[in-house]
Ligand binder design. Structure first.
Ligand code: ADP
Ligand code: ASP
Ligand code: MG
Length: 406
């Protein structure tokens, strides 16, 4: 007998037929002799609708009431999936975060997990009952409902798998597994049988939303075996594994993109020691994450332009922070652009191979795509491009690195 956590995303529980399909998948696993705990997302589109309703009433909403509203989508699906399981002859019951309890801090909208008390779930598992747990939500230290951040049901599933010492966490979604690039954009993307935790973490944090970044981080740190597979096709999925389990290693394993970027250029800053600290200090204090940075000198040698990127949601706060300090920083002007995309190529093979960046730059140049900023890490190279080139850049790079399906 294995102990498995099965997580079903929004599309997988998107309508009544699909919920019945989920019950069949769970039943098959239970009939195979395994002990199963289910984690569900809200039906697809529901969380977006709830967020829109909150914003329509209060653009600067109270984060606690936001969580009260947006966590409800998962309550509905826990009940519906439990009912579908009953109909299929499987003993099951729904669990909301507060009933477990699944405890978090009080950072509403982006709460961190403090601990999961598994005693009550263990009791039910021992009785042969399938717990159907609401993903995405928690209960804060003040007893109020929290949420873990958009796409956070993946985090619930992995954290629960760790707490229950499950043998595996299966993430059921609307694609067959993790691909070399988003299969909705790159038709020739290939499904990977295996991917390393490190690469998956980079792919996720650079925009591949198939797994939430924090779920990968948790799985890596807590030693959870993680699989991504389809709720619809029955095809084998992708296992996320340690590096030593990969036999054949490509230099580049995957390509990700993120449209959640905004570019800011501070024009004609006085170029003297300490100017970067003076510029980025206040942004950090305002909780704004700066990602890519490019500094360009001016001809007179006395001034510099500083270009950097922030998440789209941080654009206005960043502009405000710069405006407030205009006199102190002594710049000429600030320009910004939100129609940009960050494209990243990722692979642990980069550590031991030269020329990966050069190939990226020449492949993009051949297509006439201008690079606006570059950043690198040990296993990743990211470039900032004009948003209109998203598809072309992804497909071009996919071919250039030999990733295309035969
Ligand atoms: P769920 O609702 O099941 O959590 P998500 O929409 O969050 O599903 O994640 C699945 C989606 O991730 C896919 O439909 C796909 O478009 C997208 N995606 C982006 N990059 C990749 C990738 N490299 N491999 C697979 N899917 C990807
Ligand atoms: N329903 C939540 C969302 O749409 C959580 C999730 O789907 O993982 O963000
Ligand atoms: Mg998701």
């Amino acid at each position: 007998m294995a102990r498995i956590v099965q997580k079903f995303g929004g599309t997988s529980v998107g309508d009544i037929e699909r919920i019945k399909n989920v019950a069949r998948i769970v039943k098959r696993q239970v009939d195979g002799g395994d002990q199963v705990t289910v984690v569900v997302s809200a039906m697809s589109g529901v969380t977006n609708d709830l967020v829109a309703k909150v914003r329509a009433i209060a653009p600067m909403h109270d984060a606690r009431e936001y969580d009260t509203v947006v966590a409800t989508g998962e309550q509905v699906t826990t009940g519906l999936v439990a009912l579908a399981l009953h109909e299929a002859g499987v003993a099951a019951r729904s669990w909301q975060a507060w009933q477990i309890p699944f405890r978090t801090d009080d950072a509403h909208g982006r709460a961190r997990i403090l601990g999961i008390d598994t005693a009550r779930l263990e009791e039910r598992l021992a009785e042969g009952q399938v717990p159907v747990v609401a993903g995405f939500q928690g209960i804060g230290t003040d007893g109020r409902i929290t949420t873990l951040g958009r796409g956070g049901s993946d985090i619930t599933a992995v954290a629960l798998a760790a707490a229950l010492r499950a043998d595996r966490c299966d993430i059921y979604t609307d694609v067959d597994g993790v691909y070399t690039a988003d299969p909705r954009i790159v038709a020739r993307a290939r499904k990977l049988d295996k991917i390393t935790f490190e690469e998956m973490l980079e792919l996720a944090s650079q925009g591949a939303k198939v797994l939430h970044t924090r779920s990968v981080e948790l799985a890596m740190n807590l030693g959870v075996r993680l699989q991504v597979l389809s709720a619809f096709t029955g095809a084998p999925g992708t296992m996320v594994v340690d590096e030593d389990e990969i036999v054949e290693q490509h230099v580049v394993s995957g390509i990700a993109y993120s449209r959640d970027e905004a570019k800011i250029t501070v024009v004609r800053l006085a170029d003297r020691p300490g100017v970067a600290a003076k510029l980025f200090g206040p942004l950090a204090e305002a909780g704004i994450n700066v990602d890519m940075i490019v500094q360009g000198g001016s001809e007179d040698g006395a001034h510099a332009d500083m270009t950097f990127t922030v998440g789209k949601a941080d654009l206005l706060p960043a502009l405000k922070a710069l405006e407030v300090r205009k006199k102190d920083l002594g710049y000429h002007s600030v320009v910004h652009d939100s129609s940009v995309v960050k494209v990243s190529v990722i692979g642990v093979g980069m550590r031991s191979h030269a020329g990966v960046a050069a190939k990226m730059f020449s492949a993009l140049a051949e297509r006439g795509i201008n690079i606006q900023a570059i950043s690198t890490s040990e296993i990743k190279i990211s470039v900032l491009l004009s948003e209109e080139y998203t598809e072309l850049a992804l497909r071009t790079l996919h071919t250039a690195y030999g990733l295309d399906a035969a």
